[in-house]
Design a protein around this ligand. Structure first.
Ligand code: UN1
Length: 497
């Protein structure tokens, strides 16, 4: 399929792709995919007003009926899985398998949200007063601002949108400037669902395309009670305080610096497969990518040797071609950042294998993933570089390994390969990993949508996707009802008039 075919089959028209000010290039070969129209801060103001009036109607639609809209959206995504998956691959550069996986992740979260729409459970609480009942209920919150990143251009949006919608909210989505086309395609797919649904208010979803001024308009508006932002810690440091200043809520999903501990008892065959997938998959551009390997000294040489030979045979090339496992970096800036990190690693004593530019497809930034053997967890290792660089560190005791794993500013994902239950349970205990995600005998990336997704420390603390993450999209209300003929006060206070 040509680029044009991929764009057209993902419902993008010439009007979508021409005349605008934002030039979109494919990381596959640098080809210009389109010039997309952008929005201004004033446009965003108007979107917020429309989303707010849509919210006024949507919040009174019964939640299971709201779920029906997301069920229809999931159906449309199933029908368009191949087309949208290919567009993700073309615009974000991830291999086709991962592009399809990303759309599957959207479908999965729609399914979860449909079920959730019948389970926005509150609580009944024992009242201390006779003839009183207490409960806790959950109500829709309002307009939700979703700021998403290039590396998961559609799935992370869907985590937020599917839940926000069944929870009764309306959404304004600011996709990454690097991936507006997938967002426009998703908007069209959602419109098909809306048509089938029939009577939804106009303005449930707005896509706002542009740069920082869009984010600024969303974060500063008191009419957007919740901002869910995925991206760098640098971005989070701007968004978090800005929203907090007006007492808005945030869900922040920022940088990760994910580690794997490989113990002497580990199944090394599986460890190698997990390491390669999580370190080089998506060309190291997942927030959950494996960046640090903490290996026991007894298995270190063996493991590193196996990894080097696996890395040497990796098929690097166009992500659109079958058989490719490593696609391109998103752009030149990402390539430069990778080279800069490798220079620093070298200066800090690292022994580097790989990392060089590969001439796979003209116009794209392809690299051989790097393995960097470090003497210690120096400065560069503590820094998240969004590229396929795997730092290798060695340990002797589990305590030492856990201390290394935790001694970084980020706290997203982590894992241990071990068949010793004492070690694995320690890793998952209060004295183990300090991350939001901690796995045993699988890699740190590729989380299922059923669990809460997010992390601690500089990762921002937000949780999205499964478990009870839906609560972040609602406001909590505590109710006390007196059905007696008396008026007793709490805490036994007497106040006679
Ligand atoms: C991200 O990189 O922002 O767990 C999200 C994973 C995917 C989501 C990654 N399900 O790797």
């Amino acid at each position: 399929m040509t680029h044009k075919d991929i764009l057209a089959s993902a419902f993008l028209t010439d009007a979508d792709l021409s005349g605008g000010g934002l030039k979109v290039h494919s990381p596959v070969d640098g080809a210009l995919l389109g010039s997309v129209a952008t929005h201004s801060a004033d446009d965003v103001e108007a979107m917020i007003a429309r989303a707010k009036s849509a919210f006024d109607r949507w919040k009174s639609v019964p939640a299971p009926r709201r779920g029906e809209l997301i069920r229809l959206f999931g159906d449309e995504l199933r029908a368009a899985k191949n087309e949208l998956g290919a567009l993700v691959s073309l615009e974000a550069g991830k291999i086709l398998q991962e592009g399809l996986g990303e759309v599957q992740e959207m479908i999965d979260i729609c399914d979860l949200a449909v079920g959730q729409s019948r389970q926005l459970f509150g609580l009944t609480i024992a009242s201390e007063r006779p003839g009183h009942s207490m409960r806790e209920t959950w109500h829709p919150l309002g307009v939700t601002g979703v700021i998403s990143a290039f590396n998961f251009p559609v799935a992370v949006f869907a985590w937020n949108f599917a839940l926000a919608t069944v929870c009764g909210n309306t959404t304004i989505w600011k996709p990454s400037e690097k991936t507006p086309l997938t967002a426009l395609s998703v908007q069209k797919i959602f419109e098909k669902a809306l048509k089938k649904f029939g009577d939804a208010p106009e303005g449930l979803l707005h896509v706002a395309i542009g740069g920082a001024e869009i984010g600024e308009a969303l974060t500063s508006s008191k009419d957007v009670p919740l901002i869910s932002a995925t991206g760098s810690t640098r971005m989070g440091r701007i968004v978090g305080p800005k929203v907090a200043e007006r007492f808005g809520k945030t869900i922040l999903e920022l940088g990760g610096n994910n580690a794997m501990i490989v113990a002497p008892s580990a199944d090394l065959e599986n460890a190698v497969r997990a390491i390669v997938f999580s370190a080089v998959g998506t060309c190291g551009q997942r927030c959950t990518s494996l960046r640090r390997l903490i290996v026991h000294q007894d298995v270190r040489d063996q493991l590193v040797e196996r990894l080097k030979s696996a890395y040497a045979g990796l098929p690097i090339g166009s992500p659109l071609e079958k058989g490719t496992l490593v696609g391109p970096l998103i752009d030149k800036q990402a390539f430069d950042a990778m080279q800069h990190a490798l220079d620093n690693a070298r200066a800090e004593g690292g022994k580097i294998t790989g990392g060089e530019k590969v001439d796979a497809v003209e116009g794209g930034y392809y690299v051989r993933p790097a393995i960097v053997e470090m003497v210690e967890q120096s400065e560069i290792v503590k820094h998240e570089t969004f590229a396929p660089i795997l730092y290798v560190l060695t340990y002797q005791t589990l305590d030492e390994a856990i201390a290394l794993q935790n001694d970084v500013p980020q706290g997203l994902s982590s894992c241990i390969f071990s068949t010793d239950v004492r070690e694995t349970e320690t890793f998952l205990s209060a004295t183990g990993s300090d991350c939001g995600i901690a796995n045993v005998n699988i890699g740190p990336s590729g989380a299922e949508i059923g669990g809460a997704f997010g992390g601690e420390k500089e990762t921002g603390g937000g949780r999205e996707s499964g478990s009870d993450s839906w609560k972040a999209y609602m406001r909590r209300q505590t109710n006390t009802v007196n059905y007696s003929r008396e008026l007793p006060l709490a805490q036994g206070i007497k106040f006679e008039i």
